[in-house]
Design a protein. Structure first.
Length: 124
């Protein structure tokens, strides 16, 4: 008797993630309707992950066509019509990563502290 081959089913599609230090970037299909438009943090760039100690923030270079949004949970989104890049304010910290035009969600990596037994945000 031959064994039946089972079909693999998935409940969620894997979403590729770009990591830049503690910053996480996901290309998404849409911005939640509850998200509100926000102004860029600076004229030439927008901070997507604050540096807690050194001032070496993770940023996205801006142009006039970009829009930034934040939802009620503090998640940040960007819509860009032209290619851009994510980088650090201090150029020697992390490699620049190009970002294609599209819709992006930004997040911060988390880690589990086994001694304190809780999740915390990764800090640069």
């Amino acid at each position: 008797m031959k064994a039946k081959k089972s079909k693999k089913t998935t409940t969620a599609e894997a979403v590729p993630v770009i990591l830049h230090g503690e910053a996480m970037l996901f290309q998404v299909t849409e911005i939640p309707s509850s998200a509100k438009k926000i102004k860029s943090s600076h004229q030439s760039y927008h901070i997507i992950a604050d540096s807690e100690t050194t001032g070496n923030h993770h940023v996205v270079d801006c142009d006039e066509s970009m829009e930034f949004f934040m939802d009620e949970n503090g998640s940040m989104f960007m819509r860009n019509e032209k290619p851009t890049q994510v980088r650090c304010v201090q150029a020697n910290r992390h490699t620049e990563i190009p970002l294609a035009p599209g819709t992006w969600e930004f997040g911060i990596q988390q880690e589990y502290d086994h001694f304190a037994q809780h999740l915390r945000q990764v800090r640069d």
